[in-house]
Write a protein that binds this ligand. Structure first.
Ligand code: IMP
Ligand code: MG
Length: 185
């Protein structure tokens, strides 16, 4: 089975991704190049890994990287119950400009929770960059500082984004065929 067969349509092509990453990196470079602090990119596992890898190579100033993982617990009808399942090492964040790198913002809960946490941990500054945003799905007010593409209310896969842990390896961002959800295969 070829990995492209389950895709109904492409939402963001490889070329559009490259161009969005380059625009984001340019803006981020401009905004941080005169800061006296160290830039720290924090990738949220697993969805952000490909975006983070591309973005950090385009950013024109030195950046360190760390990773965090956040999971929701309890039943999904009680939103807001988030758990950090991979935390930062014991790191004094007061010397860092933190930029959280996310694949997609949906309800906004993950990033608003993480930004609060990182402020509590003493980060000198905290901003967010997301490859994709679905603002129509917000449950809490949250506006990212840098956005690659705003997309309509579709479930997106590829370029790091998964459905049941699959499709992260697609080089573009697409929408799955409906029968993939139905049959679960
Ligand atoms: P939020 O807390 O609702 O903003 O959740 C964002 C997280 O939900 C992302 O980091 C993704 O892991 C996941 N997610 C939301 N929408 C999609 C999608 O369209 N495709 C894949 N994952 C998604
Ligand atoms: Mg995620």
């Amino acid at each position: 089975m070829k990995k492209h067969n389950d895709i109904e349509k492409i939402l963001v092509s490889e070329e559009e991704i490259r161009s969005a990453v380059s625009t984001l990196a340019k803006k981020i470079t401009e905004d941080y190049e005169s800061s006296p602090r160290q830039l720290l990119l924090i990738g949220i596992l697993k969805g952000s890994v490909i975006f983070l890898a591309d973005l950090m190579r385009e950013i024109g100033i030195p950046a360190e990287i760390e990773f965090m993982k956040v999971s929701s617990y309890g039943d999904s009808t009680t939103p807001g119950h988030l758990n950090i399942t991979l935390d930062l090492p014991q790191l004094d964040l007061s010397g860092y400009d933190v930029l959280v790198v996310e694949d997609i913002i949906d309800s906004g809960r993950t990033l608003s929770f993480l930004c609060n946490y990182l402020h509590q941990r003493g980060a000198a500054s905290v901003r967010t960059v997301t490859m994709l945003d679905k603002p129509s799905r917000r449950e809490v007010a949250f506006v990212p500082d840098y956005t690659g593409k705003v997309i309509p209310n579709h479930f997106a896969v590829g370029y790091g984004l998964d459905y049941a842990q699959k499709y992260r390896d697609l080089p573009y961002i697409g929408v799955l065929k409906e029968d993939v959800y139905k049959t679960g295969s």
